[in-house]
Design a protein around this ligand. Structure first.
Ligand SMILES: Cc1cc2nc3c(=O)[nH]c(=O)nc-3n(C[C@H](O)[C@H](O)[C@H](O)COP(=O)(O)OP(=O)(O)OC[C@H]3O[C@@H](n4cnc5c(N)ncnc54)[C@H](O)[C@@H]3O)c2cc1C
Ligand SMILES: *[C@@H]1O[C@H](CO)[C@@H](O)[C@H](O)[C@H]1NC(C)=O
Ligand SMILES: *[C@@H]1O[C@H](CO)[C@@H](O)[C@H](O)[C@H]1NC(C)=O
Length: 513
C-alpha cells in the first residue's frame, strides 16, 4: 500500500526462498505406522487461516480424510471486496510482503497471478497540513529524510530487517515438520528472548531502547502503525515490527482479490464447504474397538436448512474466540474452554468513496491536477479523525491503467476508528456519488505488557489458530499458524512428540541449510 523504496531483501532471506521450494520434508515420512488415520476433520471459519489449515491438513493426513469447512458468511472472512463505481476493491486485508512465503506458495500452487503493480507515493498529514510528501525521485526522498532525521530512517529499516531475518526461520522449522504448542514458544524459536521482550514492550519503548528519537517515532513510525493497525505506537513491539515491514517495497496483492486464495485453497484441498454457523462443540467419549475410550467432538451448527450436528476426530477453530467475533460454546470439557478469551478486537471502519478530493482539507495549495500521492497517512494528533486516506486501485488492474490524479473523480479508501459522518465526508470530498462502508473488528487491541496468549491446543484434538493474532494479525501469520496447527494435529495423532516444542532449533538446523 505504501512503499518507501529503500529496502533491499537480505541475502539470508533470499536463501530461504530457495529452501521453501526445495520441499525438504517428505510428507509421508512419519505416517504409515499402525495408527489409523482420522476419518473426519472440521475447520471452523473460511478466512485465510481456516482455508490454509484445510490445505495443510490435507497435506498431513492424505487423501482419505474428510475435511469439512464451516462458514456462515463469505469465504475469505477479513479478506473481502466491495463493488463501487463498477469495479471491486479490497476492504479488508490488502497487501502482502514479498517474504510472506506461504502466501506466495499458495498463489503459485493455485495458479493465481499477483496483481499488476502500480507505483505508489506517500504523504503524511497532521490534521492541518501535509508535513511530508514523497517525491518521485529516490535521491530526493533520501536527502529529505537524512536532513530531518539523520540516519534514523536507514537504521529503522535495518532494525526491521534484523527482526525479519529471525522471523524467516519459521519456514525452515515448518519445512522440517517442527511445531509449537503456544505463541510464546513459536516466537521464542524464531527470535529467542528478544522476541518475547518485544511482545512485552510497546513499539515506542522498543524503539526508544534502540536509540530512536521521540520525534522520529511520532512523525514516521506512528503514521505507519495507524494505517496498518489503526493504533498508536503503544502496540507491542513485535506487531510494530510487522507493521513497519508493511512499509517495505515490493508489497503485492492477488489479482482479482486476495480472497480468491481462500476459495482456491478449499477447492485444492478437496474440502467440503458447509454454509453454516457453528454454535457449539461438545466432547463425546466413545469406547473404541480396542476397549479404550476415544474422544470425538460433536460440532453443532445452524445453516439455511436448520440446525444439525456431526462428529469429528479433529476440530480446528479458525475464528477469533473474542467478544463480538464469534460465539461458540464448548461443553463437556474439563478444564472448561471459554467462548471468549480476555482482550478485545479494535474497530477500524473502511469507507470507500467514489468522489473528488478536497485539496484544502489537506491544507495544501498544490493543484489537484498535480497531486499524485496515493497514500496519505496521519500523525497521532487530536486534529486527525481518520487513520489514512488512499487512492485505491481495483482488484484487477486493466492493461495501460494509470491511477487517476486527485483532480478526477476516483475511488478513495478511508480508514477511521468510527464511521464517517456526513460532515466529515463533506469536508474531505468536494463531491461524491457513492459510499460503501465496512465496519471491521479488525485486529486485536494491542496493549502490552501482554498476558499469556490463548493456546494453540484447546483440548486433546481440538486446536485454535487465531491465538497467533496476539503476536501480530496478518494473512501470513494466520497461514503460519495454520501450518503449525496442521503439524501439531499430525504429530499428536501419531504420537510423535519429538517434533513438538523443541528448543534451540536454530542452532540444531544450521548445518542443514
Ligand atoms: C481493514 C483491515 C486491513 C488489513 N490489512 C492487512 C494487510 O494489508 N495485510 C495483511 O496481511 N493483513 C491485513 N489485515 C489482517 C488480515 O486481514 C487478518 O489477519 C486475516 O485476514 C485473518 O484471517 P483469519 O482467517 O485468521 O480470520 P477471519 O478472516 O476473520 O476468518 C474467520 C472466519 O470465521 C467465520 N466464523 C466466525 N464465527 C463462526 C462460527 N461460529 N462458525 C463458523 N464460522 C465462523 C467468519 O465469518 C470468518 O469468515 C487487515 C485486516 C483488516 C480488517
Ligand atoms: C511480561 O511482563 C509481565 C508483566 O510485567 C511478566 O509477568 C512476564 O514474565 C513478562 N514476560 C516475558 C516473556 O518477559
Ligand atoms: C474543503 O476543505 C476546507 C478546509 O477544511 C473546508 O473549509 C471546506 O468546507 C471543504 N469543503 C468544500 C466543499 O470545499
Amino acid at each position: 500500500m505504501l512503499t518507501m523504496n529503500f529496502h533491499t531483501l537480505s541475502l539470508r532471506a533470499v536463501l530461504f526462498l530457495g529452501l521453501y521450494h526445495s520441499g525438504r520434508r517428505s510428507l509421508t515420512s512419519a505416517s504409515g505406522l499402525q495408527e489409523p488415520q482420522p476419518h473426519k476433520i472440521a475447520v471452523v471459519g473460511a478466512g485465510i487461516g481456516g482455508t490454509a489449515a484445510a490445505y495443510f491438513l490435507r497435506q498431513e493426513f492424505g487423501p482419505a480424510v474428510q475435511i469439512d469447512v464451516f462458514e456462515p458468511g463469505t469465504v475469505g472472512g477479513r479478506l473481502a471486496t466491495a463493488k463501487i463505481g463498477g469495479h471491486e476493491y479490497e476492504t479488508g486485508g490488502a497487501v502482502i510482503h514479498p517474504l510472506n512465503l506461504h502466501m506466495k506458495h499458495f498463489i503459485e500452487k493455485l495458479g493465481i497471478p499477483p496483481r499488476n503493480d502500480v507505483p505508489s507515493k506517500m504523504a503524511i498529514f497532521d490534521g492541518k497540513e501535509l508535513v511530508f510528501e514523497q517525491s518521485d525521485w529516490f535521491i530526493v526522498n533520501f536527502f529529505r529524510m537524512l536532513w530531518r532525521y539523520g540516519f534514523s530512517f536507514l537504521r529503522m529499516q535495518m532494525w526491521v530487517e534484523s527482526v525479519l531475518d529471525k522471523f524467516m526461520r519459521i519456514y525452515q522449522y515448518q519445512q522440517f515438520g517442527y511445531a509449537f504448542t503456544n505463541v510464546e514458544r513459536l516466537l521464542h524459536a524464531m527470535g529467542g528472548d528478544g522476541f518475547l521482550t518485544l511482545m512485552n514492550q510497546t513499539l515506542e519503548e522498543a524503539m526508544m531502547g534502540e536509540g530512536f528519537s521521540q520525534v522520529f517515532i511520532n512523525d514516521i513510525v506512528a503514521p505507519i502503525t495507524r494505517v496498518n493497525y489503526g493504533q498508536s505506537v503503544r502496540i507491542n513491539g513485535f506487531v510494530g515490527a510487522v507493521s513497519l515491514a508493511g512499509a517495505d517495497s515490493g508489497l503485492w496483492a492477488v489479482d482479482g482479490g486476495n480472497k480468491r486464495v481462500c476459495t482456491g485453497l478449499i477447492y485444492n484441498s478437496k474440502s467440503e464447504l458447509i454454509h453454516a454457523k457453528v454454535t457449539s462443540v461438545t466432547m463425546k467419549s466413545r469406547p473404541s474397538k480396542r476397549g479404550n475410550a476415544v474422544n470425538l467432538y460433536e460440532v453443532n451448527y445452524v445453516g439455511e436448512s436448520g440446525s444439525a450436528h456431526s462428529l469429528y476426530d479433529i476440530v480446528v477453530i479458525a475464528t477469533p474466540l473474542h467478544q463480538g467475533k464469534s460465539d461458540i460454546t464448548f461443553s463437556g470439557f474439563c478444564p472448561p474452554i471459554p467462548s471468549h478469551y480476555p482482550g478485545l478486537y479494535h474497530q477500524t471502519v473502511t469507507t470507500l468513496v467514489h468522489g473528488k478530493l478536497n485539496m484544502s482539507y489537506l491544507g495544501t495549495t498544490e493543484p489537484a491536477s498535480k497531486f499524485t500521492v496515493s497514500d496519505i497517512l496521519t500523525t497521532d494528533s487530536k486534529y486527525c479523525d481518520i487513520n489514512s486516506l488512499s487512492s485505491l486501485d481495483p482488484v484487477t488492474i486493466p492493461g495501460g491503467y494509470k491511477r487517476p490524479r486527485a483532480s478526477h473523480t476516483t475511488v478513495w479508501k478511508v480508514f477511521s476508528p468510527q464511521p464517517l459522518t456526513q460532515d466529515q465526508l463533506q469536508r474531505i470530498f468536494l463531491s461524491y456519488d457513492s459510499v460503501s462502508e465496512t465496519p471491521w473488528l479488525a485486529y486485536p487491541a494491542y496493549r502490552p505488557p501482554h498476558r499469556k496468549t490463548p493456546p494453540f491446543i484447546l483440548h486433546d484434538r481440538l486446536y485454535y489458530l487465531n491465538a497467533v493474532e496476539w503476536a501480530a494479525s496478518a494473512m501470513e501469520m494466520s497461514a503460519i499458524a495454520a501450518r503449525n496447527v496442521a503439524l501439531l494435529a499430525h504429530h499428536r495423532w501419531h504420537q510423535q512428540p519429538g517434533k513438538i516444542d523443541q528448543e534451540d532449533l536454530h542452532t540444531r538446523l544450521r548445518g542443514e541449510l
